[in-house]
Design a protein around this ligand. Structure first.
Ligand SMILES: Cc1ncc(COP(=O)(O)O)c(C=O)c1O
Length: 335
């Protein structure tokens, strides 16, 4: 699929267009048409939104002749797993700086990181507080070995990464032109808000009609808005995209709880509810929290989002496994 600025370096990684499915039973329950764009199926280990971001980040890395990708995140980071998968796929080396110590057994995303051959640098809390320094040290070490590093900040949160969701928005606009419903609202999970910023740019460049809404799962609303604003301004400057910061950056706020470190009962309930009613698995840290926020907002204000709402499922399935204990308790309590 062409990008708004075709000269931007890009490696095609995502299996697209990702399918758009109606959630039949939830739609009947809620009295609105609720759809899901399955961006959890972008491929390379069901890597969700990160694969779209990495198309542009790794495109830039290869344009700089990098042979080593360095990034950071939590032990169960989806982004780190996606970087590991892309590095293995393209014959690059991945080095991950992870927050926490080595566990007795590998699980979920960390198990996959190891399986995919990523080198891990565990960071204690004090080191994590100085993560930029840790990344700079890793970069210097790679250079000293005669290799060329490319550093991807946590969550791929850069203006280049956000182009992945500009591209997703372009894909969605094309699917609508080809007969998919013309959604009134497109909703997406927000950690940094980079994906939200990408969709807002696509709205302006492709004429997508629906309003774009995100549900922050960790950062407070003003920090997400500031990041979205910054990304759009930088994209305009760096890539000469004809985009403006919209007057309103719409968020469904209040569902962050304790951030990524804390998963509440409501998120687990949502994982189970969506699995059982629609056969789709959300992850407890990102998408379940966000989808819970969307369902709750639809319940409280059924007319606020129009007749047809599309939630973009951004992936993260492997982090379900480290929650096996909490989920087992929850499932057993129900029977
Ligand atoms: C599954 C999943 N969904 C959504 C997000 C949020 O992406 P962004 O940082 O672009 O808001 C992330 C990234 O951290 C993620 O792993």
């Amino acid at each position: 699929m062409a990008t708004a600025a075709p000269s931007i370096p890009r490696v095609e990684l995502a299996l697209g267009p990702t399918p758009i499915l109606k959630l039949e039973r939830l739609s009947r329950e809620l009295g609105v048409e609720l759809w899901v764009k399955r961006d959890d199926l972008t491929g390379l280990l069901e890597s969700g939104n990160k694969i779209r971001k990495l198309e542009f980040l790794v495109g830039e890395a290869l344009a700089q002749r990098a042979d080593t990708l360095i990034t950071c995140g939590t032990l169960q980071s989806n982004c780190c797993r996606a970087v590991s998968a892309v590095a293995a796929r393209l014959g690059l080396k991945a080095i991950l700086a992870l927050k926490g110590g080595p566990p007795d057994e590998y699980d979920g995303n960390l198990l996959l990181d190891r399986l995919l051959g990523a080198e891990i640098r565990y960071c204690d809390d004090a080191e994590w507080d100085k993560i930029d320094q840790v990344l700079a040290d890793l970069e210097a070490r790679v250079r000293a070995r005669g290799r060329t590093p490319y550093v991807i900040p946590e969550s791929g949160a850069t203006v280049t990464g956000a182009l992945g969701y500009l591209s997703c928005g372009q894909e969605l606009a094309q699917q609508i032109r080809q007969g998919a419903p013309d959604f009134d609202t497109v909703a997406i999970t927000a950690f940094s808000g980079g994906s939200h910023a990408g969709l807002l740019m696509a709205k302006q460049l492709t004429g997508l009609r629906g309003q774009i809404v995100s549900i922050p799962i960790a950062w407070e609303a003003e920090r997400v808005r500031a990041y979205v604003t910054d990304v759009i301004k930088r994209a305009r400057g760096r890539y000469s995209l004809d985009v403006e910061v919209p007057e309103t950056i719409r968020l469904i706020d209040g569902y962050q709880g304790g951030g990524r470190a804390e998963v509440r009962q409501a998120a687990l309930e949502t994982v189970v509810r969506v699995a059982r009613t629609e056969g789709i698995v959300l992850d407890p840290v990102y998408t379940a929290k966000a989808f819970h926020g969307l369902l709750d907002a639809l319940r409280r204000e059924p007319d606020a989002f129009g007749r047809r709402v599309c939630f973009i499922h951004t992936g993260g399935i492997f982090s379900i496994f480290p929650f096996r204990r909490a989920l087992s308790r929850f499932l057993d309590a129900q029977t």
